[in-house]
Design a protein around this ligand. Structure first.
Ligand SMILES: [Zn+2]
Length: 69
């Protein structure tokens, strides 16, 4: 059976953190979709895991390090 990733509906796509590369386990994807932050990078949907989201918020509220962006 062929399994072409391009045929997988968006809901079943892997959640990979855009920042740290963490992957949400299949059984936690439903939860991750609620707790991770969704963003856009051109045509792509990007995800930021809950930990990186918190870190980002902290660095936005604290001092902004230009190297991050
Ligand atoms: Zn992350």
């Amino acid at each position: 059976m062929d399994h072409n990733p391009a045929d997988v509906p968006a809901q079943d796509q892997e959640l990979v953190c855009f920042v740290c590369g963490a992957v949400a386990p299949a059984d936690q994807r439903a939860v991750a979709r609620l707790t991770w932050s969704r963003g856009r990078d051109g045509e792509r949907t990007t995800w930021t895991c809950d930990r990186c989201s918190r870190d980002n918020v902290r660095s936005i509220e604290g001092k902004l390090d230009p190297a991050w962006w």
